[in-house]
Design a binder for this molecule. Structure first.
Ligand code: ZN
Length: 130
């Protein structure tokens, strides 16, 4: 079953927890054992699994990216958003999570995050439950 969700981002760059959206999708898909593929159909956004306990980790990921100084690279792409394309390429456009006992099988500290690198925009999140 494929479920699509919409997400409106509000910053140029932000990392947004979407674990609840995947849990909503799982409820609808009603799968007890299996997996979910979470896919982001965009070229300047990404999805990651990372720490869900301390929100500083999310801001630190964005802070750490600034040290690579991608914005100062003389890119050729005339849209001017090559740093966002590069970050999206590094982070990746999909993650997979095991479903066990009707729940997402995440580590104790893990959450699923949408990463915006060229916002604010209206974004889509595709989930395939199987
Ligand atoms: Zn572009």
């Amino acid at each position: 079953m494929i479920i699509q969700k919409e997400l409106k981002t509000s910053q140029k760059e932000e990392i947004i927890s979407i674990t609840y959206l995947v849990e909503e999708g799982l409820k609808k898909a009603n799968i007890k054992e299996g997996q979910v593929l979470i896919f982001i159909p965009h070229t300047t956004a990404a999805v990651i699994i990372n720490e869900d306990a301390d929100p500083d980790v999310r801001s630190d990921i964005l802070k750490g990216l600034k040290y690579f100084k991608f914005e100062s690279v003389p890119f050729d792409h005339n849209e001017g958003n090559s740093p966002a394309h590069l970050k999206a390429a590094i982070f990746g456009s999909s993650v997979q999570v095991i479903i066990s006992g009707g729940k997402l099988f995440l580590g104790t500290w893990q959450g699923i995050y949408f990463c915006e690198f060229d916002g604010p925009r209206a974004r889509k999140i595709i989930m395939r439950f199987s």
